[in-house]
Design a protein around this ligand. Structure first.
Ligand code: SF4
Length: 199
């Protein structure tokens, strides 16, 4: 099978900003037809901790920034609880363009967008990736399954520790999850201390 031309292009000696510029004009999947802006990700380019969600929502699509809507406000609260400054971590999604009506990204959309996330991680070189929800889990670990059953169990892969929790949007329709997510973020804080990661 021939190599994906995007993979080849991104394998060049590029910075995170170069990859962002390439993504801005991306038309690799049908989500390019309905998006307002590509939401590449933002934060510290050498962050020790990267958060990966599912896909941009309405506000993210309008502003071109990840997690700025209602779920984003909750993520900000969680970061504060963990003693993390938003500007010192990196936040992105499995797909960079908003699916219509916030539907779940399709398998082929996740596949087409995967090279961007892969290259982001290679360039940032985080110690910990915090997986927010089932779609991010499937994209990053290639494993389906409910985060509800898997959260709180960090997994080591290729020198990175993957920490799993719910997607913050879950609390918008299931407020009972809020306490569980707060517990998770405190576990993440403990993990950072245990790994001697100072942010
Ligand atoms: S979702 Fe990803 S692959 Fe699809 S158009 Fe947007 S940037 Fe390109």
């Amino acid at each position: 099978m021939s190599e994906d031309p995007l993979m080849k292009k991104l394998a060049e000696n590029l910075t995170l900003e170069d990859v962002h510029k390439i993504a801005k004009d991306c038309v690799r999947c049908p989500l390019c037809q309905t998006r307002t802006r590509v939401v590449f990700g933002e934060g510290e380019p050498h962050a020790r901790v990267v958060f990966v969600g599912e896909a941009p929502g309405e506000q993210e699509d309008l502003q071109g920034r990840p997690f700025v809507g209602r779920a984003g406000k909750f993520l900000d609260q969680l970061l504060k609880l963990a003693g993390l400054e938003r500007s010192k971590v990196y936040i992105t999604n499995a797909v960079k363009c908003r699916p219509p009506k916030n539907r779940r990204p399709r398998k082929e959309e996740l596949e087409k967008c995967r090279p961007y996330l892969k290259r982001q991680i290679e360039l940032i070189q985080p110690k910990i990736i915090c997986i927010l929800g089932d779609v991010a889990r499937l994209t990053l670990l290639g494993k389906a399954g409910s985060i509800g059953e898997l959260r709180g169990n960090p997994i080591e892969k290729d020198g990175i520790t993957y920490f799993q929790t719910y997607h913050p949007a879950v609390i918008l329709y299931n407020p009972a999850i809020k306490t569980e997510m707060e517990k998770d973020i405190l576990s993440l804080k403990n993990l950072l201390e245990k790994m001697n990661i100072k942010i």
